[in-house]
Design a protein around this ligand. Sequence first.
Ligand code: BES
Ligand code: MG
Ligand code: ZN
Length: 505
Amino acid sequence: MKSTNISINFTGKTSKKSDTIVILAKKEGALFDCGNDLDKEINGWISYNIDNTPKFEGNKKQSMVSSMPVDSQYNKLVVAGVGDVEKLEAKDIEVVGGNIYTAIKSIGSEEITVLVDGIGEYKADDVAARIAYGIKLASYKFDKYKSEAEDKEKEETLKKVNIQLSSFKDAYELYSELDCVVEGIFLSRNLTNEPANNLYPESYVKIIKEEMKGLDVSIEILDEKKMQKLGMEAIFSVGKGSVRQPRMVIMKYIGAGKKDAPIAFVGKGVTFDTGGISLKPGAGMEDMKIDMCGSAVVVGLMKTLASRKAKVNVVAAVGLAENMPSEHAYRPSDIIGSYKGKTIEVINTDAEGRLVLADTLSYVQKKHKPHTVIDLATLTGAMMVALGLDYCGVFSNDNDLWNEINQAGDKVGEKFWRMPLDKSYMNEIKSEIADIKNMGSKYGGACTAAAFLQYFIEDGVKWSHLDIAGVALGKKSSSLIPKGGSGGFGVRTLNQLIKDKYEVK
Ligand code: BES
Ligand code: MG
Ligand code: ZN
């Protein structure tokens, strides 16, 4: 799956012709050294244009376009603001890259040259790599189902990005690591955008196998027969109503000492959630193709970590099922078993994600004995009601783990908010006739859902549950997330968490 055709090159100073020259400006439109040098070469053309564009103040997210003098090696000029240099963080430089992409899209250049200097504490090669990263992230598109070539072309013209800096050798190395993150995010976004007639448990398994080819990842696949044999009645029941049978995929990557316990990532992969017999209303149901987004983040993250050869041991597991109503479907009032051996009273077949996760979480803990488990799921509408579309809710039984996630998120620009785990939520989901039930009262739905998952977490395991329902829906776009491209939320944060916690030299 390829989602962008832009090639990135880092170069030294060159007299090669290219469509458009891009330079950066600080607050109040002041240029950096390389911009000033160019400005002198062309007799102050750039500063003249900046001075005559009163609204351009070099602020973050601002950009300015003008033509270049006829005898220049470039046709057009883009000046992109970086704002206050003192306050600049790595994630802001990436956003500048995204803004450059957007500015270029509006003028339709095919090849650009970006002039880069060091900015504050960030060296030129670091700035260069992060700008390239931002351009790539912003360039994501999902147009494989558009048959009109013309339509596709309208969207994107940019083919080649040259980033020019004095010593560019290290930029390649820095960028190659970030490019692994881009790959993981694009894989997540592609999986998330894929409609459910094409992405169902069996086809999903094929894609995972294909995507992990050539990487040091071993893959275990459980089909419906193995699930039944193992007593995984929770995930199996969710998939029963569909002709597409459920699957569980467990990926393992050993990048550190063979004996070290792994960290585990677990994702909800409901390839379509109709609600089942507790059918959802029709309006907006099409959104439920993204109900596998948690699993897509887990798969994308695995791709990133294995491609960049992260020094960590990771198990990544996804529970895949389609939640459909039919004469074979499980129903409200059913009492089902689970891999853990606990019985579950089904109150609502639309609370299916927690059932899928229960068995996936149990299996991963039993088989791989992770010290830490982080699960991601589009688990509840209640999470969206609570936090909206920008913040991801985090439930954690470990303060350090919460802090690590929150800090990693802050570094990369993904927002998290801690939510409560409490006995009272657990009490709400006690069943009169089984060990536990899959729904609480109408209040605190995200919290009772988390309590349900907690019931399946073993003593001594550090655990966080990320309810990504709001951030996964893709209703919002930003500098680095084009419309319809939000599917990768979490890849960047969790990759950062691994770097900061397990790979510090
Ligand atoms: N997949 C949904 C949650 C969801 C809703 C995700 C909207 C993204 C956008 C989940 O399976 C679900 O249906 N949850 C129910 C639980 C309820 C029946 C206890 C919900 O939130 O309404
Ligand atoms: Mg549901
Ligand atoms: Zn669901």
